[in-house]
Design a protein around this ligand. Sequence first.
Ligand code: PMP
Length: 380
Amino acid sequence: MNRAEIVDKYRKYLYGVTTYYKEPLPFVRGEGKWLQDADGRRYLDFFGGIVTVALGHCEPRVVAALEKQARTLQHVSTLFPTIPIGELAEKLAEIFPGDKPAKCFFTNSGTEAIETAILTARVHTQRTEVVALRHGYHGRTMLSMSLTASGRPAAYIAEPIMGVGGFITPPKDYFPAVAEIVRRHEAVFIADEVQTGWGRTGRKWFGIEQSGVKPDVIVAAKSLGNGHPIGATVARAELADSFKGSTIATFGGNPVTMAVCRTVVDIIEKDRLADNAAVVGGHLRARLDGLGEKHAAIGEVRGMGLMQGVELVKDRKTKEPAPEAAAAVMESAKDHGLIIGKGGLYGNVLRISPPLTVTTEDADQAADVLDKAFGEAARV
Ligand code: PMP
């Protein structure tokens, strides 16, 4: 199928989807940090399918684990224990950043994992209110979209760095201060690690660990599966054990996904990718800060590790958002062979989240392209 045919089918038979760029960009192949489009052009992928492809595309060890499990046992549901589900749950309970022991519930997406976390908090506290943050994003269902309230809360939920919100990074003392208030109200502290988990913020497994706060529940998805559908809710056992009602996610914990995720976690650990995220992320950040000094459209560079955001503004003093400039930079970066993402309430924040495997040379290449793209966008 050629480019036009792929795009035509997408337009004709899908709804509710949006695409990046003036002309949708169909991809046909991925290998490591590279993507290939339908015309055979290669792109350096610095977005990783929305902060998901942590190990690069089609990582051979992940593909091998997937193939092996697909030939062994694919699906029985959680009504029956399997080897892969127990092994992944054991590993996640071991690296859980809160007080241990911990237990897991598996689903297929971040949204479902959030729902599970909220339900766990509600059952445990016997309360319903949930405090969430402006600019936060926790999913696409009615519940996850309505998370913001005040009163006597069952839970407080936050992303250590707000992903969709535009990589908004709170000051160091924010989470410790909030955690103290949450504890005082005997509410449940939920860290939404859907984007910030698995070493992305550097050195640590989870973003919340950067603040020293111990969460009661963490929610994970995206990078844990390196592109395979996964949602994981990991809760302190005391909370998990209040969850007496039995619920079923038919595909939650399916053996193939479990085997994939376990392999992903093992690779992140063995290849020390959280350390790499800190080193290469530090280098990338220095380069982006340099661009911030050079290009007037850059209002702020923010983030941690390999999760870096560049906010575009019309004026540095008023901070008026510049979504058109963000779109122009993205378009031009793509023309120069670099894929990045976009976010923020006003669509004016570039989101940079490459695989955790990238090198400082890759970061330099991306920064050089962005430098060019900012120059070109300023001339439009
Ligand atoms: N939480 C956060 C922080 C997210 O970024 C997202 C997805 N962008 C979700 C939850 C929902 O995940 P999913 O799209 O897998 O349902």
